[in-house]
Design a protein around this ligand. Structure first.
Ligand code: SAM
Length: 193
């Protein structure tokens, strides 16, 4: 084996180990949403929305780019705390020239939700509990919608469930968030198109 081959193997090992380590830490790996999810989002999301659009856990950046292209007038902020997917998402953003998209490295719990109009996530039950804590402690200006793929927020009633149409029967869960922590829950209205 040449020195170059050994270097490449060590680098590959480090990349896989980093991804595996953060998957264990987060309870979910950087599995990308499938095409059916973007088709379902196309049917579900409003034509326009106010404020900042956030993605909690953007993985390799596919949905972040989709949201930035769908809402060119809105700032889109995508958070990712796993270094390898974050770097790929960041490079995709730079190469795409999508100026309304920022890809931030770190835990989404650092996000400021002050001017947030829409949040998208595809995480796991443990991270949904963290989102619930964040939403209960943050000031969220209404109307702010949270759309979660596959995992609902434990203990909260969604305003809407929308089938993704995959083999597993996965759903998009939609919550409308109000600014009152005590009433942060699904409300009875939803401004879908
Ligand atoms: C299943 S992937 C979804 C990727 C992308 N949202 C999509 O739908 O294609 C979940 C991502 O969330 C990231 N993640 C999990 N917990 C996080 C946290 N607390 N802060 C930031 N990113 C997180 C993981 O590293 C992973 O890349």
């Amino acid at each position: 084996m040449t020195g170059l081959e050994i270097t490449v193997l060590v680098c590959l090992f480090l990349v896989v180990a980093l991804i595996a380590g953060f998957t264990l830490k987060n309870g979910i790996g950087p599995t990308p949403s499938c095409r059916r999810t973007t088709d379902a989002l196309d049917n579900l999301l409003p034509e326009t929305t106010d404020g900042v659009i956030m993605e909690f856990g953007c993985g390799w950046g596919g949905i972040a780019l989709y949201l930035a292209r769908k809402y060119p007038e809105n700032p889109v902020v995508a958070w990712e705390n796993s270094p390898v997917p974050w770097l790929v998402a960041y490079l995709r953003k730079v190469l795409s020239g999508q100026d309304n998209l920022s890809v931030r490295y770190g835990d989404f719990r650092r996000a400021s939700l002050d001017d947030c109009g829409l949040i998208y996530c595809y995480l796991c039950t443990g991270q949904m509990l963290r989102i619930r804590e964040l939403l209960l402690s943050a000031s969220v200006s209404p109307p702010c919608q949270l759309v979660s793929s596959t995992f609902s927020i434990p203990g909260w009633t969604p305003m809407l469930e929308h089938p993704i149409g995959d083999w597993y029967g996965s759903r998009l869960w939609v919550y409308m968030l109000s600014h009152q922590p005590s009433s942060l829950n699904a409300l009875s209205r939803f401004s879908s198109k």
